[in-house]
Design a protein around this ligand. Structure first.
Ligand SMILES: [Zn+2]
Length: 164
């Protein structure tokens, strides 16, 4: 890690990130799994879902399986396929909430230190090992910024005007 990388994660970085989260909290902003799924889809495909196999935009939604199906090549894919959340058994509620919790923890800690895995495990009612794996994925998503899905999904600052 060079000096530039280090500076990227100083207090100001976490403060700016924390300020871009919904003031009423991520859970009030996206209160249930359908709302969170819609948010994820909107963030991944602002112009509508696109087939990850052939690029076609004619896509059907298979409600019973929560999968998209390409009308051209019949390829089936989920909203999380190809993302850091692919094949995760955790709900989007946990992913969204834990990302918010980690950002807030690092913003409020004096030197931006990482949230302890046992605290995450306790807050989200999960095993310590799962919390550690989840934290690793979330931290990698934070580094990816807008190229990932978790940060764009829970950040709302640019929509402030539209929502009020
Ligand atoms: Zn296709």
């Amino acid at each position: 890690m060079d000096r530039t990388d280090f500076n990227k994660f100083d207090g100001l970085f976490w403060r700016t990130l924390a300020l871009s989260l919904p003031k009423e909290g991520v859970a009030s902003c996206f209160p249930d799994e359908p709302a969170r799924l819609n948010r994820l889809i909107e963030v991944r495909w602002p112009h509508g879902p696109k087939c990850s196999n052939c690029g076609n935009t004619g896509i059907s939604w298979i409600k019973s399986r929560s999968l998209f199906q390409c009308q051209q090549c019949r390829h089936q894919f989920s909203a999380t396929s190809g993302t850091a959340l692919h094949r995760s058994r955790l709900s989007l509620g946990i992913w969204f909430g834990a990302t918010e919790a980690i950002i807030q923890y690092r913003n409020s800690s004096f030197i931006g230190e990482d949230m302890p895995a046992h605290a995450l495990a306790q807050n989200f009612n999960m095993q310590y090992g799962s919390a550690r794996r989840m934290r690793k994925i979330i931290n990698a998503e934070i580094v990816r910024g807008d190229a990932g899905v978790l940060l764009p999904a829970i950040r709302v600052e640019s929509e402030e005007d539209a929502r009020f």
